[in-house]
Design a protein. Structure first.
Length: 332
């Protein structure tokens, strides 16, 4: 049995990506997973130390890498067969671990100045380096798959519904009160036409006022599956809700919510407001999903049910392709 150590920076989206990679690998070979929360020896110098570590790692020196490891609180590395981490905060640490301990390391996210060859595999959603260590994933890794979501929905015996994942201000997306109100009207129209119950899941980005507006405006058409972030519904898995959804609508401000929705294999519509100042790289990310036929992008103020596509096979193939590339780099 192989042992995987996940290095977590405490950011839920990064942690879910790392868990998604561990899940993929565990579907191929038997594994156990341990999570280590990283921390700095001198916390207030963490930003400076990160910059210094990225620069020093270019020297490819094992002694220097050992000094970089000292910047972090101790980690018990011995006994593990693979290190998995995501995000810019963990990248210098995982690169140093690979150099010092010669362990396979899978890093997720943009390189931030570190070449993919510093890791066994650098998993990104677009190509950064012309090197086999840069593994491009069709969909950002996460905790879900069509099979996982279908099984969870069956186990919890959930009825079919239309699911809305609601975010808020973030990554250059701004929503007006008028747009939220128009969205509510569109949700009511969809319910009138489709006759399916509506489920709403809000997030940390959703303002409390918007959450209350949704609850009061949709109370007559909501089913039993909604989750309200500001009422304490924070730590729950989406698998059953995704698996029992007929259609999924998700606001475009959250890359993780979008990738999780896509991974269910269900028809996904992403909703965008009129005011967007997102980074070019994020727009390219969404355009890639659209070009692959994984999402249908529509304006928040005027959207409809998209034509149904069965993406189960496509998502399953993407997962298998990523898993095979990972195993080639890990070389177990």
């Amino acid at each position: 049995m192989k042992k995987i150590l996940i290095l977590s920076d405490g950011i839920p989206g990064h942690f879910n990506q790392s868990k998604g990679i561990a899940l993929l690998i565990s579907e191929i070979c038997e594994c156990t997973t341990t999570i280590h929360q990283i921390s700095w020896r001198i916390h207030f110098l963490r930003s400076v130390c990160t910059l210094i570590a990225r620069f020093l790692l270019q020297l490819n020196n094992k002694m220097i890498a050992s000094s970089i490891l000292w910047m972090y609180s101790p980690i018990k590395i011995q006994g593990y067969d693979l290190i998995v981490a995501a995000g810019g905060n963990t990248a210098p640490l995982s690169a140093a671990i690979k150099l010092v301990f010669s362990l396979p390391v899978i890093q997720l996210g943009s390189p931030r100045g570190l070449h993919s060859s510093m890791f066994s595999g650098l998993v990104t959603v677009e190509q950064y380096f012309d090197h086999p260590s840069n593994i491009v994933a069709a969909v950002t890794p996460n905790l879900y798959s069509p099979a996982i979501c279908k099984r969870a929905a069956h186990e919890k015996n959930l009825v079919e519904h239309i699911l809305f994942l609601i975010g808020g201000e973030g990554i250059g997306y701004s929503y007006s009160t008028n747009e939220w109100e128009n969205m509510l009207l569109n949700i009511q129209n969809i319910h009138s036409k489709m006759k399916y119950p509506i489920s709403i899941v809000t997030s940390r980005r959703t303002s409390p006022e918007v959450e209350v507006l949704f609850q009061s405006s949709l109370k007559n058409i909501l089913g039993n599956y909604s989750a309200w972030f500001h009422q304490g519904d924070k730590n729950f898995k989406l698998d059953a809700l995704l698996g029992s959804a007929k259609n999924i609508f998700v606001t475009e401000d959250s890359a993780m919510m979008i990738s999780e929705s896509i991974s269910s294999g269900k028809p996904v519509t992403t909703l965008y407001p009129s005011r967007i100042q997102s980074p070019k790289r994020y727009e390219q990310h969404l355009s890639k999903y659209s070009d692959l036929g994984l999402i249908d992008r529509q304006p928040l103020s005027d959207f409809h049910i998209a034509s149904k596509q069965d993406l189960n096979q496509k998502i399953t193939e993407y997962r298998a392709e990523l898993a095979n590339k990972l195993m080639q780099r890990v070389r177990w």
